[in-house]
Design a protein around this ligand. Structure first.
Ligand code: FES
Length: 234
């Protein structure tokens, strides 16, 4: 997200507010630490190095909250108006980087919070080659109860029981260096419920108290295939 994109988010949010007398509540972006995305060698990740259609995982804004980083390989929709389960409205600004094709989302399913672990993942992006009879191409699909999200449109819900889009991770792209930073979230966060439900397992996986620690400075981006031993593809 360039600075002007942030201004555009605020303007679009204000426009939604002015236009809709029925909007229950307009959600503002929630800003956390500005964190550089780095590769496995701790070098700044370049947006152009992301393989289109590949699932990448990073952790933000907490050390135990996984997120997807995706190069969709095609331009995303701009200024998508979305709604949370509890009626909050917000405007997703679109992707960043070349062709505005790079997007970030919380990888915690908005239904029952299935998420990728080191052992197994039931949720992932499907490009054309990974789609099946159950999962459509170019979607993020959760095999638990088949919620499906459109990452090119703010992860709006296309199918299944999820009551709201995946929470978006706000990204900044620096054109000069081609680097990426995560700066905040937009939409319905589920972090409190996530920590309440999975606290015990998160303590085992990340160490006592670590999962809730805020990420600062940098976060490592890893292909899902390297992060996770087994990917369930339905
Ligand atoms: S947890 Fe993802 S669809 Fe139910």
């Amino acid at each position: 997200m360039q600075r002007r994109d942030f201004i555009r988010i605020c303007a679009a949010t204000a426009a939604v507010s002015a236009q809709s007398a029925f909007a229950a509540r307009d959600l503002k972006p929630r800003f956390y630490a500005r964190v550089r995305l780095v590769d496995n060698h701790r070098q700044p990740l370049k947006a152009s190095s992301l393989t289109a259609g590949e699932n990448y995982i990073f952790h933000y804004p907490f050390e135990g909250t996984p997120c997807f980083l995706l190069n969709l390989g095609r331009p995303t929709v701009r200024d998508v108006r979305l709604k949370t389960e509890h009626g909050g409205t917000y405007v997703w600004p679109g992707g960043v980087g070349p062709n505005r094709a790079v997007v970030g989302y919380s990888a915690i399913c908005a239904h029952r919070m299935t998420y990728p672990t080191r052992q197994i993942s039931f949720i992932s992006f499907r490009d054309r080659s990974a789609a099946s009879k159950i999962s459509r191409p170019h979607t993020i699909h959760c095999c638990s109860e088949h919620s499906e999200y459109d990452p090119a449109s703010g992860a709006r819900v296309l199918d299944g029981p999820a009551p709201q889009p995946l929470s978006a991770i706000l990204l900044e792209h620096d054109r000069a260096s081609d680097g990426l930073h995560a700066v905040g979230t937009l939409g319905g966060e589920m972090f409190n419920a996530f920590f309440a439900k999975f606290g015990f397992k998160l303590a085992l996986d990340y160490g006592p108290g670590r999962a809730r620690r805020h990420v600062s400075d940098q976060t490592v981006v890893t292909p899902l295939a390297d992060f996770c031993k087994q990917q369930v593809k339905c």
